[in-house]
Unconditional design. Structure first.
Length: 149
């Protein structure tokens, strides 16, 4: 019997091409299933972004900044928490404000500073999404540009 298998030249004749076909069909089926799953709103999450006004402030100037939290459709999101921290510009501590029913968080008395020989910097804005929705904040948000006066 072992001798018959040894001389049988058809043993692996179609095996490599069958493996390739099975792999291609498997990947195609997986792709279709992932598209179906991704199409359900209940299984996905919505990325949020910020819209600060003003977007540009001068260093050393005390200003009020209104930050609107928006979903991908441009609709405001209420009950989110906006966190402002100094990035390449310095901010006196970490500031947090919750958004109102219009999706706007108002930071009062913001006084950003720049390092010596620095002509610009940024204030980073991050979002803590409300707990009553399927929101996330995984990507970088629009920040505030600080320029030398």
């Amino acid at each position: 019997m072992l001798r018959n298998l040894w001389h049988n030249e058809r043993g692996i004749e179609g095996l490599p091409i069958r493996l390739v076909i099975a792999l291609v069909v498997g990947i195609a089926c997986l792709s279709v299933m992932m598209n179906v799953i991704g199409g359900f709103d209940g299984l996905g999450s919505t990325e949020l972004d910020t819209d600060p006004q003003p977007e540009i402030v001068e260093a050393g100037e005390t200003v009020g900044v209104e930050v609107t939290v928006l979903d991908p459709g441009g609709d405001p999101v209420q009950n989110a928490t906006v966190v402002a921290t100094g990035d390449s510009a310095q901010l006196n501590g970490i500031r947090t404000v919750d958004t109102d029913e219009n999706g706007t968080a108002t930071f009062e008395n913001v006084t950003p500073e720049l390092q010596p020989n620095q002509d610009r910097g940024t204030i980073e804005l991050s979002i803590r999404p409300p707990s009553d929705g399927d929101y996330t904040d995984d990507r970088e948000n629009t920040g505030i540009l600080v320029i030398d006066s």
